[in-house]
Ligand binder design. Structure first.
Ligand code: ADP
Length: 545
């Protein structure tokens, strides 16, 4: 008779419930804080957070939220938002974070597509939602959260604190399957229509573990984490979940944080870990230089969402003693895909060689398989030169978009997700994102990476920001046009940029022209919005046409 050998471990579901219950017991004394404009930080303990989250879950149940119902948020980063992050999925609902900067059309589309039952909105952004309220038939109720001292609650609406005060806390949590939906986010539509990504408990559980590893962001109990990435942008990169898991002190940046608010919190609270898109760090650097803020308490800045230029990483290391950790990810990947860390034997490499590694987006996280393929779907070698579409798979990578059969072409027949990014992978496994497929510039028979050229331009001492786009050209199909923002107080001639680039670039990759612009338009999550620039320069006539 054969003795059972396989499957003798417990079938313990990987749900967020485990993190919350463990955290509630272990980290009760630790602090969570939120910036309130014009006021001292609002502070409370993890014990308060846990108690309020249990009341909130009771309130949600009393409001008729049942398993699988979408609980939407329309809010800045705050402890209230964190309570919703946990109460909704733990009681069986699905947290749906809405981007407060979306156009009314996108917002209406997303709420209706997701079928949200209830929306928790910050008072300061409520007017945006009010404008489309009568076009949201699935939304049964809107709860208003007072995010500023002056905020008022419109007549007839439930106020968040009142809701909590009157609620009976839950006494336990329902048994959930690890494949149950915990949260949902729509891609912010940088490319095409927003698409819904539904995170399972299991995906988030495993993602949090990986994210906290020493070789990733190394987030731990003794960190003080500042959340700048909006909680509606890929769940603030999932870091608030990881933060609760490890029991870190966490600070939420509050309504509409500006670079000076960020500097002030880092300096005063001795923040050790934070993250944001490069445009934020460009602005913070300017401010530290002109106003002398002390950000040296930071041990790591996670930077990603778009390429982190080499000169920016060098400036933070040299001027402020702060190491940047360059990462790549997507809403579709919960979002972590790769993180740059030098391998131990690279510590002896020259500074130049080290920054050549740091400017890449890192090697795939444990849990993420990556490959690059050519147009015919053939896998390309990891040689640092072969360039193809980056494809990924893993337990926290989207397997299908929510209710969107048209997007089936984003998945390959053999089970990989097509990221839409073009990349190389070198022999050490470091990925370099060359471009998004649609941002690559096709000039004659050659591909030009807009990211490479932008990085070079942004290392010019007089340049604040630069974005390079393709403009139509009768002979070459497309040619690069550089849109450059000079640093405040400097004057910059286009020729200075071209002279600076000439020795570094092949002749055909040199932008035909440099447009000096006041600002590079940004997307709703702070990335360069090349769609807007392309539109602005669509009738641009090349000099030699
Ligand atoms: P959106 O699609 O609205 O920009 P996401 O945050 O999901 O929202 O964007 C993911 C995309 O951002 C990736 O596919 C990639 O193109 C880009 N990206 C993310 N991190 C980096 C990085 N470190 N370097 C270059 N591009 C990046």
């Amino acid at each position: 008779m054969s003795v059972p050998l396989d499957d003798l471990m417990m079938h313990y579901p990987l749900t967020l419930t485990h993190f919350f219950e463990r955290s509630r017991r272990l980290w009760a004394k630790k602090t969570l804080a939120t910036r309130v404009p014009g006021q001292p930080l609002h502070r409370y303990t993890y014990a308060d957070f846990a108690a309020r989250t249990m009341r909130l879950a009771g309130a949600l149940a009393a409001l008729g939220i049942r398993k699988g119902d979408r609980v939407a948020t329309f809010a800045w980063n705050s402890h209230r938002h964190l309570e919703l992050y946990w109460a909704a999925p733990l009681m069986g609902g699905v947290l749906h974070t809405l981007n407060i900067r979306l156009s009314p059309q996108d917002l209406t589309f997303i709420v209706n597509h997701a079928g949200d039952s209830i929306i928790f909105a910050d008072a300061s952004v409520w007017p945006v939602l009010a404008g489309v309220r009568d076009q949201l038939p699935t939304v049964r109720r809107i709860v208003i959260m007072r995010d500023t001292h002056e905020a008022t609650v419109p007549a007839g609406f439930t106020e968040y604190e009142a809701l909590l005060k009157d609620a009976a806390p839950v006494t336990g949590w329902p048994a959930l399957d690890e494949t149950d939906a915990a949260g949902m986010c729509y891609t912010s539509g940088t490319t095409g229509n927003p698409k819904g990504v539904v995170y399972t408990h299991r995906a988030m559980f495993l993602h949090c573990l990986a994210q906290s590893m020493a070789d990733q962001f190394g987030i731990s109990e003794d960190d003080t984490v500042l959340h700048i990435v909006p909680m509606f942008h890929a769940n603030s990169w999932c870091i608030p979940f990881t933060g609760v898991m490890v029991g870190a002190t966490q600070i939420f940046a509050g309504p509409n944080p500006q670079p000076r608010d960020i500097c002030e919190i880092i300096q005063n609270e001795k923040v050790t870990f934070t993250g944001a898109v490069p445009t934020v760090w460009i602005a913070v650097k300017e401010l530290c230089e002109t106003e002398g803020w002390d950000i040296s308490s930071l041990r790591t800045i996670a930077i990603g969402g778009s390429a982190a230029p080499k000169h920016l990483q060098m400036a933070y290391a040299k001027q402020f003693g702060v190491r940047m950790s360059h990462a790549w990810g997507m809403t579709e990947m919960t979002p972590l895909g790769t993180v740059t860390r030098l391998k131990s034997y690279m510590q002896d490499w020259s500074e130049e060689q080290q920054y050549d590694v740091r400017v890449r987006v890192g090697y795939p996280s444990v849990g993420v398989d990556a490959r690059i393929v050519d147009d015919a779907g053939t896998e390309l070698p990891w040689d640092g030169v072969s360039m193809g579409e980056l494809q990924v798979r893993g337990p926290w990578v989207v397997g299908a978009y929510y209710n969107n059969p048209e997007a089936a072409d984003r998945f390959t027949r053999d089970g990989w997700f097509r990221t839409g990014d073009v990349a190389t992978i070198d022999a050490e496994g470091y990925v370099q994102i060359t471009d998004r497929t649609k941002d690559l510039i096709k000039s004659g028979g050659e591909w030009i990476s807009s990211v490479d050229v932008e990085n070079m331009i942004m290392s010019h001492p007089k340049v604040l920001e630069a974005a390079v786009i393709a403009v139509p050209h009768p002979k070459w199909v497309e040619r690069p046009l550089a849109c450059v923002v000079p640093k405040p107080g400097t004057t910059l001639a286009p020729a200075e940029i071209l002279d600076f680039l000439r020795p570094q670039l092949a002749k055909w990759a040199l932008p035909d022209e440099v447009a000096i612009v006041e600002a590079v338009p940004k997307t709703s999550v702070g990335k360069f919005d090349k769609k807007v620039l392309r539109e602005r320069f669509k009738d641009w006539t090349p000099k030699d046409a």
